[in-house]
Design a protein around this ligand. Structure first.
Ligand code: HPA
Length: 287
């Protein structure tokens, strides 16, 4: 399936990225009843949060100009705009991954659109493999920083100053204040919450034990195949970012068990009640 079938890929459409994002934001604004100030990207097995939003409108990605379509199991592929408590939220049920064959411009296009919709805080969730034996499956990790091992950067290409600067600073990609807020709320719930560095690789194959050894040597605590492109693009546009990983498995070679996608999904399901409650509490405190 080519991207062109779902709307406008960069090659098929001469409009600038800014124009395309602006157009998509207008289409969404016309369909949603609320203006979201917070957005959440729900990772593998974690889509349930969006089902509980009040006064919600759910719009499949296929109906948005410029949005690609999520293909991996556990990712539904729709945008749900609704209220979590008093806070208007845009929840992406399913995200786009580089390993599906999308460009990083396509992967991060929704983040561009969310900014133009007025979103000021982006919560990125994911499923991740743990490099640290103390971070056991079922625990959550608030992301303190990342290591981009994808070999690409979503900002490569012409820079549009309307989005942000050519050389954005990534010193505090994941807001330190919001990391503390997440930890405080998790503690209040008695959750097993860690803080650590998320390393992104392209996938789709899981890592080899030697690669995991390398990532651990580099300072990674968890590995996954997402989040980093969205975080970079969010910071480019001065959106504050929270990252939370659900540790679904021990990474390759950390235990002698093979890594298996069904374990990733099942662990996500096992913790989803706690996870969605944590999200609700965190969002209630976002201004
Ligand atoms: N590696 C990469 N991505 C992942 C993993 C893993 O072990 N678990 C969940 N996503």
């Amino acid at each position: 399936m080519s991207l062109g079938e779902f709307g406008m890929s960069a090659k098929a459409n001469p409009a600038t990225l800014y124009d395309r994002a602006h157009h998509a934001a207008e289409v969404i604004r016309a369909r949603a009843k609320l203006q979201p100030s917070v957005a959440i990207v729900l990772g593998s097995g974690l889509g349930a949060f969006a089902d509980d939003l009040a006064e919600s409108s759910a719009i499949p990605y296929s109906e948005f100009p410029g949005f690609a379509r999520a293909t991996v199991e556990g990712h539904a592929g729709k945008l749900v705009i609704g209220k979590a408590g008093e806070v208007p939220v845009a929840a992406m049920q399913g995200r786009f991954h580089f390993y599906e064959g999308y460009s990083l411009e396509d992967v991060t296009f929704p983040v561009r659109v969310l900014k133009l919709l007025g979103v000021r805080t982006l919560i990125l969730t994911n499923a991740a493999g743990s490099l640290n034996v103390e971070f056991t499956p079922g625990s959550l990790m608030v992301i303190s920083d990342h290591i981009n091992l994808m070999g690409v950067n979503p900002l490569i290409g012409p820079n549009d100053d309307r989005f942000g600067p050519r050389f954005p600073d990534l010193t505090a990609t994941y807001s330190p204040e919001l990391q503390n807020l997440v930890i405080e709320e998790a503690k209040g719930m008695g959750l097993d919450m860690r803080r650590g560095v998320y390393a992104s690789l392209t996938g789709p194959s899981y890592e080899t034990p030697a690669e995991i050894h390398m990532v651990r040597t580099l300072g990674g605590d968890a590995v996954g195949m997402s989040t980093v492109p969205e975080a970079i693009v969010a910071r480019h546009m001065d959106i504050q970012v929270i990252g939370i990983s659900c540790i679904t498995n021990l990474a390759a070679g950390v235990s002698n068990r093979p890594v298996d996608h069904s374990q990733v999904i099942n662990t996500g399901e096992r913790v989803r009640e706690q996870f969605t409650e944590l999200l609700r509490r965190v969002i209630a405190r976002l201004k």
